[in-house]
Design a protein around this ligand. Sequence first.
Ligand code: PNS
Length: 167
Amino acid sequence: MNKIDKHLAIYPGSFDPLTRGHEDIVRRALRFADHVIVAVAHRRTQQKTGLFDIGERVEMIRSVFADDPRVEAAEFEGLLVNYARKRGARIIIRGLRAVSDFEYEFQMALMNRQLWDDLETVFLAPDTQYSFLSASLVREIASLGGDISEFVSPSVLNHLQAKFPAK
Ligand code: PNS
């Protein structure tokens, strides 16, 4: 295991794509963490259909946080706990939008801690303006030609527009 860095946090997820809600969670995490790794998982715990490949998702995260050296875009394969150990991080960040998120998040947090007792999951509430926002809704609206410009950063918007050119 690498040396533990108490000020390092990992924010794992699918980020397909990164939304303004995710960005808000990263900025909140930076209030107590010195460095946040936004880590795209190769495998998810729940089955979901993907739009962007892992490399594209990492690239979008990198471009959104290009001005902030405290934020790193990364990807990981396998178990999150193994990745956290490898990176020397003991803090996992997850956003909680609503009570409906809670059951799944609580289960994951406890299972991760069962797998590695040193790991703590910190849940952050997003700004209320993002409490309804999800990457899956952004994908759906974009695929149907709706305006998603207020829900994602310009670089993510460009990627979505390339996937779903206006007819
Ligand atoms: O954004 P998501 O899809 O809700 O994120 C879920 C994610 C990627 C954090 C979760 O599926 C995960 O940690 N996957 C890595 C594999 C793993 O460690 N599974 C066991 C979790 S208890």
